[in-house]
Design a protein around this ligand. Sequence first.
Ligand SMILES: [Zn+2]
Length: 469
Amino acid sequence: MFKLFNTLTRKKQVFKPLKKHKVGLYTCGPTVYLFAHIGNLRTYLFEDILKRVLKYNNYRIKHVMNITDVGHLTSDADTGEDKMIKALKREGKELNEKSILEVANFYTKAFKKDLKNLNITEPDIWCKATEHIKEQVDMIKELFKNGYAYETEEAVYFNTAKLKDYAKLAKLDLKGLREGARTQKRINKKNPTDFALWLKLVGEHKNHVMNWDSPWGKGFPGWHIECSAMSIKYLGKQFDIHCGGIDHIPIHHTNERAQNIGVLGNPAVNFWMHGEFLVLKKDRMGKSEGNIVILNELIKKGFNPLAYRYLTLNAHYRSKLTFSLKALESAQNALENLHEKIRNLQTEDKKQETDNKKLNEYKNKFLEHINNDLNIPKALALTWDLTKDKNISNKDKYKLLLDFDKIFGLNLDKIKEIKIPQKIKTLLKAREDYRKQDDWKKADETRKQIEKLGYKIEDTKQGVKVKKL
Ligand SMILES: [Zn+2]
């Protein structure tokens, strides 16, 4: 049985797609005004695991991800600056459309590179907010028609009082949502939780560079409307799963859901799924907290980006994960150990017999774990058990590890046994002999000779290991 946790019901539910064998998936994408930090990337890793588990269960997936390149204000509550404009100011660029597009392109490319480094499969459809203004305007018109929208001097708002179960997804009391809506008072806004669908070129947005015509005058869309418009455009009036970070629950996804109901009469989404935060000691990692770590910095420090992927596999997606360089180091060591095991499985063939019953037990347990709301930490622990199990032949272990890696995505199939040339083997033997004779000088010279030929020696508790430089 394949179960996923649905944020709306706060329960694990049996997953059944609307169409047999086919899953429509929408995941909120980046706002391309800064590098994504590794906390953001944890959410994309969780979504990648979800896709892999769906695929493992033989579902075909249509995955859509948006790129927010306009309209996302620095606060979720329709106040503050447009994040893209903030980026231009930060980078000392002129405020015009061309430079906005340049910044957006630069950070979009950087984001896609992060995904590639983390072995995250790309969505089938990327969609940019700026390329879907018409769809957003059409949706706002529909909301007017259905009585959910109203216009003020500053903006067009969604009237949240019209929707009885507005707070259902967030399960917050409205007071909590009100506090979320907080701060700056807007002219003629009816309810504190009402949110902007369209912002006009007045007040702090008077000189907003990116703007379009609309029935309500020149302006630009609010952030939430793009996800409703684009998810429905590409996935239809009802689709299976909508994901994002846990911070999207109280505002962004609550508002998306409201818009969908306002237009369609139903929320469009069957399963809402949310990934938990990455934390640094006590705080969540976030741009506003000023404690962000980006993937490139870790790569520059010498880390394999897949070590970060491995680290995230150790915590369930609905649990907080504490990040530290020490934890990343341990993850990298564990990953290297796994590589070592994979290499040994390819070289040492002791012709063991496999206990087929045991082998099937592993397969079934693995499926049970991943299908239990993506319990990857347990699946990973099982994988380590498998590497140590003497009842399974090396060949079968290797095959099964590569099969499990379809979920983990650690590129284990690329780890190949190192073929050591005879010349190096002879030198290694000579070095060992010198060491036995306590002739350290000669042993050291031989080591240098080996390094010159492109191989590195490591003396470990298990003996001498050789790696290609
Ligand atoms: Zn979104």
